[in-house]
Write a protein that binds this ligand. Structure first.
Ligand SMILES: Nc1nc2c(ncn2[C@@H]2O[C@H](COP(=O)(O)OP(=O)(O)OP(=O)(O)O)[C@@H](O)[C@H]2O)c(=O)[nH]1
Ligand SMILES: C[C@H](OP(=O)(O)O)C(=O)O
Length: 208
């Protein structure tokens, strides 16, 4: 088994631009990437690839193999799947609440594929036992798309239902979940810039 983390630091997390400037977003995304790598290693996954369109932010990366592919996310990942000769776990880099336990459960599925839905219809992780038989199509309602792709290719799949693994950090309100449930450098980075605002209803985020 090997894990691949698609990663693009340049201009990362544009949806967080209302609350973080470009430098902050690029610093933050690098912290989240390293927490995902931590969880993969803690789960015993030794072969970890980072698939990126450029070497930016990865010049001194020694914790995983860096693969460069300037193609867009889907083309790059599908080329990776074509060339893979073992089960592949695709994990997004913006999952600071993903734990080793989640990873062990996801990769222990009895199905051909395990799909981890994100918020708003996305796909946070995909474990694919037979990568030659599967292709990805991220963006839009990619979770539903990936379920259909599995069905259309005659492969059964498990939907891994987890609030924590399902929390990808895309929008400012996602930072609330990181402050409440997270730990480690990514959480500490946001902790230094924001505090929780507890009013009626949902907890909010306010800058210091
Ligand atoms: N290899 C590769 N990874 C990408 C690319 N675009 C995004 N990613 C990564 O794919 C994952 C999901 O991407 P998004 O959540 O859309 O991240 P993003 O593009 O920084 O966020 P927004 O700018 O808010 O859309 C993250 O791990 C990104 O780092 C790309 O063109 N190539
Ligand atoms: C890549 C994309 O991420 P999102 O924009 O949903 O966070 C997806 O999961 O299809």
């Amino acid at each position: 088994m090997r894990a691949v983390i698609p990663y693009k630091k340049a201009g990362a997390k544009s949806r967080l631009s209302p609350v973080l400037n470009l430098q902050e977003r690029e610093e933050f995304v690098e912290l989240m990437l390293n927490q995902v790598i931590d969880s993969l290693k803690e789960a015993g996954i030794e072969k970890i690839d980072i698939l990126s369109p450029s070497v930016y932010g990865l010049e001194v990366m020694a914790r995983a193999r860096v693969l460069l592919d300037e193609k867009d996310l889907n083309e790059a990942l599908n080329r990776y799947l074509e060339e893979a000769e073992e089960p592949v776990l695709i994990v997004m880099a913006d999952l600071p609440l993903l734990s080793k336990e989640h990873i062990k459960e996801i990769t222990s599925t009895e199905k051909d594929i395990c799909i981890v839905p994100g918020k708003g219809g996305g796909t946070n992780a995909l474990f694919i036992k037979n990568p030659s038989n599967y292709r990805v199509r991220y963006y839009g309602s990619s979770f539903l798309t990936h379920c259909s792709i599995a069905e259309d290719s005659g492969q059964n799949f498990e939907v891994y239902d987890s609030f924590m693994a399902g929390t990808d950090i895309d929008e400012p309100e996602d930072l609330v979940e990181l402050l409440i449930h997270g730990k480690g450098p990514a959480k500490n980075y946001i902790d230094r810039k924001f505090k929780l605002e507890v009013k009626r209803g949902r907890v909010g985020l306010v800058p210091y």
